[in-house]
Ligand binder design. Structure first.
Ligand code: BJW
Ligand code: ZN
Length: 250
């Protein structure tokens, strides 16, 4: 893997960094991605499973899919890619993770400054009255769980197609993006908006844009550097460079 001198300098000196992550960073933990050869959506249609219309049309199917994913995610562990980002946070004054993932693996790896753009699969709420439920409460149900207060259907607290992103998480992400001097786009196909606009904004605001992915994406030709390969291999290498450079200069 060739790391440019420019990137080495950024790793050694940048004070504001963002790691923008997608499903690919959790692939090596055993969480399936959405798109690509082994992606979930080769088998299922996104509008059927990840939209309010789909949920209202076929709540049992959608709930079954989420219950299945909740169980997978509860059993997996953060991998070397998540851990490397958590370690970087401890070396850099302002290191922010912006994730499209709902699996909570960044926090479980030790990252503390995490903005979740598409929600969190560990939370749930009633679509009628908004009452919140833990996974422990909802996974006991047979079929779609119902609200104890109003009998409404309970859904996972994730962002489906056609829904707004959580405003505070989005605004904090835009602010971090605009002030970043080094911005990583890691393990995302970069096709789902508005999240996919963030790397482009970062570059327009002067950040050095580095993409990490085994496959090229629509972002690749706009990136300053494309590190082709898996996050679990490349991020620990970058952490070593960052850590060694800062140790020497400290
Ligand atoms: C590895 C690896 C390894 C593998 N290491 N890498 C502008 C233009 C066009 C459309 C729109 C637009 N603005 C809005 C839209 C509509 C829509 C959209 O973007 N559609 C496009 C798909 C066409 N966006 C929305 O609806 C959003 N809301 C919105 O815009 O609100 C405003 C509004 C309101 C009302 C009306 C209209 C607008 C909401 C989007 C919500 C997305 N939700 C999901 C599901 C979340 C819940 C769940 O998980 O169940 O979020 S969809 C799914 O895609 C999930 C992901 O977070 C998201 C992104 O996927 P990601 O992370 O990039 O994963 P993959 O699988 O695509 O890619 C994995 C990558 O990893 C690949 O590249 C691999 O190569 C790589 N990889 N192994 C590193 N080891
Ligand atoms: Zn309710």
């Amino acid at each position: 893997m060739i790391i440019s001198e420019r990137l080495k300098t950024c790793l050694a000196t940048a004070t504001h960094m963002v790691a923008f992550t997608g499903a690919g960073i959790s692939a090596e933990s055993g969480v399936p991605t959405f798109r690509g050869a082994d992606g979930i959506w080769n088998k299922m249609r996104p509008e059927e499973l990840a939209s309010m219309d789909g949920f209202l049309r076929n709540p049992d199917l959608v709930w079954e899919w989420y219950a299945h994913r909740k169980r997978i995610i509860a059993e997996v562990q953060p991998n070397a890619g998540h851990v490397a980002l958590a370690r970087m946070e401890r070396c850099v004054p302002d290191f922010i993770v912006i994730t499209q993932n709902i699996d909570n693996l960044h926090r479980r790896a030790g990252s503390t400054k995490v903005h979740e753009l598409h929600g969190n699969i560990e939370r749930n709420y009633c679509i009628a009255c908004g009452r919140r439920y833990s996974n422990e409460e909802v996974l006991k149900a047979v079929g779609v769980p119902r609200c104890a207060a109003c009998n409404g259907k309970i859904r996972p607290d994730v962002v489906w197609f056609g829904e707004m992103l959580p405003e505070d998480e989005w605004e904090a992400s835009v602010r971090a993006t605009e002030s970043a001097s080094l911005f990583f786009s890691i393990g995302t196909s970069a096709v789902v908006y508005p999240a996919a606009s963030l790397p482009v904004t970062a570059k327009a605001r002067g950040a050095y844009l580095v993409e990490i992915n085994p496959e090229p994406t629509p972002l690749t030709e706009r990136a300053d550097e494309f590190l082709q390969g898996s996050a679990g291999t490349i991020l620990p290498l970058l952490y070593d460079i960052l850590h060694d450079a800062r140790k020497v200069s400290a």
